[in-house]
Design a protein around this ligand. Structure first.
Ligand code: C5P
Length: 315
């Protein structure tokens, strides 16, 4: 006889583990920065774009919360309570009122403090991984609310794709165009830049300027995306933080120049830098630009990438 009233199959249950989650890096196709707000953040109008440079988090059951890592930044990145992965697991456990018990392992490819939101990406991946491991069944929007407390870019990295970011970046609206594949070259720098330091430098550069800085709209960039033409997108790319990143790291001008000489359609500093990204017409063009940047010897590594990519996903 079959049970008339069995367990509900839709009810989330703990996963036996391990759970593996892959998360992309982000670049900003447009980064309009408004004035400093009383809460210490700047109002943003940004177009986020997720690209194919990935970190991976593996979560297993444990009787405490631990974090290990391999890859980019090993030995440099603190794995203690300050790490965004540990903070994300604790924030999620507190929200769901469950013990924060997990063994987490990070495989890192996104450079530290590179302007590619690697820390926020890892926090986003941790939220997805622990939600499944602990059987919480939270929605992506609920996870984004927890994530917004951890880093401005966490909500975007949960959703991925190409999206408009407002507020201090934490309010994300997907751009519902039929996605076109865009080809990029990512020039990874030696050493990182501190995001707050770059924002402070921008405030210093703007100090006393009149009229006060206006928050640039993302309309032109969004219209360019709809045209699906790399040359049109190239003309619309822009980053208000670029001047500040260049002031703190003047060598970035050599990277941008080398990318232009290698034939890129456009180049810009990614987020708060120091990573620079270059737009290419297609995959073969991207490879030629990467080779040109490598030959010029202006960066630690030059790799090709494609966007958009989905946000943090179980694999
Ligand atoms: O949110 P996230 O951790 O990425 O921000 C790091 C720092 O960058 C903030 O503490 C703030 O100093 C600066 N920031 C800002 N305006 C934003 C985002 C970040 O001033 N919209």
């Amino acid at each position: 006889m079959t049970e008339a009233w069995g367990p509900d199959d839709d009810e989330p249950r703990p996963h036996s583990g391990p759970v593996r989650v892959r998360v992309p890096a982000k670049i900003n196709l447009h980064l309009g920065v408004g004035p400093l707000r009383p809460d210490g953040y700047h109002e943003l109008n940004t177009v986020y774009h997720a690209i194919s440079l990935f970190d991976e988090i593996t979560a297993r059951h444990g009787d405490t919360l631990t974090l290990t890592m391999e890859g980019e930044g090993t030995g440099e990145l603190a794995l203690d309570e300050t790490n965004l992965i540990i903070r994300a697991a604790r924030a999620l456990a507190a929200q769901a009122r469950v013990p924060a018990y997990a063994r987490l392992h990070l495989r890192k490819s996104i450079p530290l403090a590179g302007g590619l939101a690697g820390g926020s990406a890892d926090a986003a991946a941790t939220l997805i991984a622990c939600d499944l491991l602990w059987g919480l069944g939270m929605s992506r929007d609920d996870l984004a609310e927890v994530g917004a407390q951890l880093g401005s870019d966490v909500p975007f990295l949960l959703h991925g794709g190409t999206a408009l970011g407002t507020g201090h970046g934490e309010t994300v609206s997907p751009i519902l165009a039929r996605p076109t594949i865009w080809h990029w070259v990512v020039a990874v720098a030696d050493g990182g830049l501190s995001t707050p330091a770059v924002y402070r430098e921008l405030d210093a550069l703007r100090d006393g300027s009149w009229p006060p800085p206006a928050l640039g709209s993302a309309d032109q960039l969004m219209a360019a995306l709809r045209q699906r033409d790399p040359a049109v997108l190239a003309a619309a790319l822009g980053n208000d933080l670029q001047a500040a990143a260049l002031a703190l790291r003047p060598q970035l001008a050599d990277v941008l120049k080398a990318g232009a000489e290698a034939g890129s359609l456009a180049g810009l500093v990614s987020g708060s830098g120091p990573t620079c990204v270059f737009l290419a017409a297609d995959a073969a063009h991207a490879q030629r630009i990467a080779d040109g940047l490598t030959e010029a010897g202006v960066c630690r590594a030059a790799v090709t990438a494609r966007g958009p990519q989905p946000g943090a996903r179980v694999i």
